[in-house]
Design a protein around this ligand. Structure first.
Ligand code: VGL
Ligand code: ZN
Length: 234
């Protein structure tokens, strides 16, 4: 009955769980929106432009008012970073190398700290965001994930921040679906959060089938795949 479902919604919201009303998700106070790496680098004209990268911006801007908690991330590399092909003789972008922590894809030089390429897209409007987390700043180690670096040991502090604030659920958006978004979503699960990826608020790089592979891995880890239209307007 309507009364019963209204009571159930009230209970869910008092427990801080996302509430599904009329088929829509209301994020509530215990959820955070994570906006991954929406930086000039990935946008039109950037050093690693992702096809359709700019299209995520209006979607994220429209989602932002539905969230009380928003975290923004920035890929934030040193010059000559270990993830840059230019740091190795005889390597080209999109080839791989072996580093102490495993296989590393090599990228064009990108998002060097303090450069325009590393700035957030100027059309991105998430004024209520309370935390900007930067990652990938250790010279010898990459960090696709906003939670932990590529050695799967070094924490960025994001899990602690979210837990200290009672956040249980994260909704992940941004770029690129098959790298930083996917690793962030899977590490969110590993850290004990409920994790949703809002697909139309992401775009992938799709290197040798990496986009389909990332969705499979995310799904296997319990990451939920939704669309921005599944979220109730704020
Ligand atoms: C990313 C490649 C290199 C990402 C970062 O944000 O997905 N991809 N650095
Ligand atoms: Zn990077």
């Amino acid at each position: 009955s309507l009364l019963k479902s209204t009571a159930a919604l009230g209970l869910a919201s008092s427990l801080g769980l996302p509430v599904f009303a009329a088929g829509k998700i209301k994020p509530g106070t215990k959820a955070a929106l994570i906006v991954v790496d929406v930086q000039n680098c990935f946008l039109d004209g950037g050093t690693l432009a992702v096809k359709g990268g700019n299209e995520v911006i209006p979607v994220i801007n429209a989602l932002a008012p539905a969230f009380e908690n928003i975290v923004v991330t920035q890929d934030w590399h040193t010059a000559g970073h270990a993830s840059f092909a230019s740091a190795y003789s005889g390597k080209k972008p999109f080839e791989t190398t072996k580093l102490a922590y495993g296989t590393q894809v090599l990228w064009p030089d990108h998002r060097v700290q303090g450069t325009a390429d590393a700035e957030l897209g100027k059309e991105l409007k998430v004024p209520t965001a309370q935390l900007i987390i930067r990652k990938g700043y250790h010279q010898g180690m990459d960090s696709y994930s906003a939670f932990e670096e590529a050695d799967h040991k070094t924490a960025t502090g994001l899990a602690g921040y979210l837990k200290a604030r009672g956040i249980k659920t994260v909704f992940i958006t941004g770029l690129a679906t098959d790298f930083c978004v996917a690793w962030t979503a899977m590490d969110a699960r590993k850290a004990g959060f409920e994790a949703y990826v809002i697909e139309d608020a992401t775009r992938g790089i799709d290197l040798h089938g990496s986009l389909a592979a990332a969705w499979k891995q995310m799904t296997d880890k319990g990451v939920k795949r939704i669309q921005s239209g599944d979220i109730a307007a704020g």
